[in-house]
Design a protein. Structure first.
Ligand code: UTP
Length: 290
């Protein structure tokens, strides 16, 4: 990437089957981390990294995501009447954080297919992708860390995190040549390798910076692992061309689309809130003794 990151795509059209029954009618991206929907934390990360435009990819049953980033005049008026000015300010700020457009993925045919739905909104620019259920709590916003490496190298970049050997089958897994700065020039990348076949233990986490020519690649992709159009298969093409770096980012990652990951994220974020910390710690101490 040559210019600083401006556009970010947030795919949020998946079915969230790991989180049924709540995801029957509520998008998993709207489930709260303490009191804030996961997707708002992700949009805030994009804004902190300097992104000016966010493209939300939503689907059937996901209109609450669009509503969340829209104005709610009735609520604003009620808060104003009750003189709850701080809450009013917070509510307004959500819709004013960033330029936001939403596009529809008509059917959840996979992450690659969701990114392709943003093609017209992205146009000819390099862009970031941030998965709508992947949280990374860090000093420097994670997507900013990935964008920085993409700017330095001129290559596409993905976030990488080491995982236990018995977890690699749950992720896209990358291997390649370690670089002096600790990052990886990726030469192989495989989606959900079956047990014992992973090329490394470096898992791809939901932050990417991609070139616009990823779109024609995705258009040609046939369904891969799980019958879905996989973003990983297009990344594999970039890797073969020597155009993909894996970035060992700083930060704590939570998979908020997974029940245990979601619970952990709530505890971690709540412990950082001064008004909740002591009460939660006291509760956890007694709860573990039961
Ligand atoms: P996941 O694989 O976690 O989403 O995709 P999923 O399919 O909804 O989850 P499970 O496995 O059924 O529980 C990561 C991100 O990509 C989006 C999801 O909304 C999530 O934020 N996604 C996935 C799409 O936008 N479209 C798709 O077709 C698939």
């Amino acid at each position: 990437m040559k210019q600083p990151l401006r556009k970010v795509v947030i795919p949020a059209a998946g079915l969230g089957t790991r989180f049924l029954p709540v995801t029957k009618a509520v998008p998993k991206e709207m489930l709260p981390i303490v009191d804030t929907p996961t997707i708002q934390l992700i949009v805030e990360e994009a804004v902190k990294a300097g992104a000016a435009q966010v493209v939300l990819v939503t689907g059937r049953g996901k209109s609450s995501i669009e509503d969340h980033f829209d104005r709610n005049f009735e609520l604003e008026e009620a808060l104003s009447r009750k003189n709850k000015m701080e809450l009013l300010e917070q509510t307004r700020r959500i819709g004013e954080m960033v330029g936001l457009v939403s596009v529809r993925q008509k059917e959840p045919l996979g992450l690659g297919h969701a990114v392709l739905a943003a093609k017209r909104a992205v146009g000819d620019d390099w862009f970031g992708v941030m998965l709508g259920d992947d949280l990374i709590d860090s000093e420097e916003p994670a997507i900013g860390q990935i964008a920085r490496v993409s700017m330095q190298t001129g290559k596409a970049a993905v976030a990488l995190m080491p995982v236990a050997d018995d977890q690699t089958h749950l992720y896209g897994v990358a291997a390649g040549k370690p670089q002096a700065d600790g990052n990886l020039l990726v030469d192989r990348i495989v989606e959900k390798p079956s047990r014992g076949t992973a090329p490394s233990n470096l898992a791809v986490i939901g932050r990417y910076v991609l070139p616009p020519d990823i779109f024609p690649m995705l258009e040609k992709m046939k369904p891969g692992a799980g019958g879905e159009i996989q973003l990983t298969d297009a990344l594999a093409v970039l890797a073969q061309q020597g155009r993909l770096v894996g970035v060992r980012f700083e930060g704590e990652r939570h998979d908020a689309g997974d029940r245990l990951g979601y619970l952990q994220a709530n505890v971690a974020y709540a412990l950082k809130r001064p008004e909740l910390r002591d009460g939660l710690l006291a509760y956890l101490r007694t709860a573990v003794q039961r």
